[in-house]
Write a protein that binds this ligand. Structure first.
Ligand SMILES: NC(=O)c1ccc[n+]([C@@H]2O[C@H](COP(=O)([O-])OP(=O)(O)OC[C@H]3O[C@@H](n4cnc5c(N)ncnc54)[C@H](O)[C@@H]3O)[C@@H](O)[C@H]2O)c1
Length: 465
């Protein structure tokens, strides 16, 4: 054993032991200031992708029950994003943010420099668009760094296969990996899943998820690249919901939460999907053409091996019925899974197929300090690190991403698509994404009119575009 390994091992042992003490004391509500003050006991964090969710995830990391945790490095491809997140985090938690200028990194290699500031056993947060997950994950595994990465993880077959292999490598190296499918850490959905598994509503035969909202959600709809100081690659990254290579489009980015937690209620992934989808409004109110790759309405019918169905309806359209909830129908009863948004409670179960109060069997309730699934997922990741518990959500995260892609591809091609076809597909949407520089061309190129290729169901039957 070389001296590096010795010090890593002893640090891990130290984190384990002191973490256990900190965990027990936190659970018992007893503060142990000396343990928390110990510098060696601090888990260091690097934030890679300093946008909206990155700031949120870092905030959750710094507020875990099982601290101390400190943010020590940040990386982004945009300086304004990094500065914005740094300012907000530093103002909120000045003592937990220690990122001097020399540990702020900009560029496509910034992720390496930020992770180089960490020690084995620390945590890197990946909150860039999904295209970069496998690149960043590869480096974290090489360096022995634990990871929290946001959903979705992949948009195509080749990167899914690569990520599944990386997930195995991470487990082999005993790394802990959290994935931002926070429904899985929601207490009401955990209890609902147990009740459904125990047979409270009988056999699950149909599930329904709806994320139907107003028009231009996130960066889903884009007009032509305007030129100027920001090159087309960086502009596409800034508007990542518009481009399938960057995000899997609005379908993958917005609808994965319902797809993931409904499949969990069934304890299975669907084997195939067929779907409707289209773009009713291709122009904005001024009549200017949108050039992004999204449809504005999707309706996917997933089929499970036992014949049960799951419907996922998504719509980005002003003035149409808003609906953002998820439901489970069983042979004996009915359940509300997400009562609103991605996974907000309360969840409930009923006899019969209606949410009839008189027939309600159960209504969820949860402890105040466990209501936030974003905080729960971080408490659980850090607890696993400190207590050396097996913890790797990457395989499940890839599978949820693949199932989501299966629905999107079915809608975009107009064909029935199987899980296996998605997994084994050859079309890679951003080959060479690990070699991008600030001057690289974008992975998706426009034609002479500035228009990008879009899905054409029934015409392009294998490739989405
Ligand atoms: N779990 C959830 O509820 C939830 C909520 C919001 C977003 N997300 C996920 O988080 C991810 C980020 O979403 P967001 O809303 O924060 O987007 P965002 O655009 O606000 O943030 C992404 C950041 O990553 C940076 N970035 C892009 N490519 C990079 C690279 N190669 N290296 C370093 N930095 C890079 C961008 O400049 C930007 O600052 C997405 O995958 C999204 O699906 C999850």
């Amino acid at each position: 054993m070389n001296s590096n390994e010795t010090s890593n091992t002893s640090r891990r042992e130290f984190l384990k032991t002191t973490g256990r003490v900190a965990a027990v004391s936190a659970l018992a509500g007893i503060a142990l200031p000396h343990v928390h003050a110990a510098e060696n006991n601090t888990i260091q964090i690097a934030l890679i992708g300093c946008g909206g969710r990155g700031g949120g995830a870092a905030n959750n990391a710094l507020n875990v029950k099982f601290g101390p945790v400190k943010l020590v490095a940040m990386a982004d491809v945009f300086r304004d994003r990094l500065d914005g997140a740094y300012g907000a985090l530093k103002r909120a938690m000045p003592d937990s943010v220690d990122v001097p200028e020399e540990r702020k990194f900009i560029g496509f290699d910034a992720y390496q420099k930020a992770m180089d500031c960490l020690r084995p056993g620390d945590v890197a947060i990946f909150t860039t668009p999904l295209a970069f997950r496998w690149v960043h994950f590869t480096y974290a595994i090489k360096k022995g760094i634990n990871v929290f990465m946001e959903k979705p993880l992949t948009a195509d077959g080749p990167s899914s296969r690569r990520m599944l292999k990386l997930a195995e490598e991470a487990t082999a190296k005993n790394l802990k990996v959290g994935v931002g499918l926070m429904s899985r850490h929601s207490r009401h959905l955990q209890e609902l899943q147990k009740r459904i598994t125990d047979g409270e509503i009988g056999d699950v035969v149909l599930m329904r998820g709806y994320r139907m909202a107003g028009g231009d959600l996130g960066s889903a709809f884009s007009l032509k690249y305007p030129g100027g100081k920001t090159n087309e690659l960086l502009w596409q990254i800034r508007r990542f919901h518009s481009f399938i290579w960057a995000s899997g489009g609005c379908f993958s980015d917005f609808y994965i939460h319902h797809i993931d937690h409904l499949c969990w209620m069934k304890n299975a992934w669907p084997v195939k999907a067929q779907a409707l989808g289209g773009r009713h409004y291709r122009h904005n109110q001024e009549g200017t053409l949108y050039v992004d790759q999204n449809f504005d309405a999707y309706s996917v019918e997933y089929t499970f091996a036992d014949g049960a169905k799951m419907l996922m309806d998504g719509r980005c359209m002003n003035g149409a019925l808003p609906l953002y909830r998820s439901f489970v129908h069983g042979s004996k009863g009915f359940a509300i899974a997400s009562n609103s948004n991605d996974c907000d409670g309360p969840s409930s179960t009923y006899t019969g197929q209606n949410p009839d109060r008189a027939k309600r069997l159960w209504l969820s309730n949860e402890a105040d300090d466990e209501r936030d699934p974003y905080q729960n997922e971080w408490n659980e990741l850090i607890y696993a690190i400190r207590n050396d518990k097996p913890y790797n959500e990457a395989k499940r995260g890839v599978e949820a991403s693949l199932v989501t892609s299966m629905g999107r591809i079915a809608a975009h091609t107009g064909q029935e698509v199987t899980f296996e076809q998605c997994l084994n597909a050859e079309h890679e949407y951003a080959p060479g994404v690990d070699k991008l520089t600030m001057d690289s061309p974008a992975p998706l190129l426009a034609n002479a009119e500035g228009v990008y290729p879009i899905p054409r169901p029934g015409l392009s039957k294998v490739r989405e575009y």
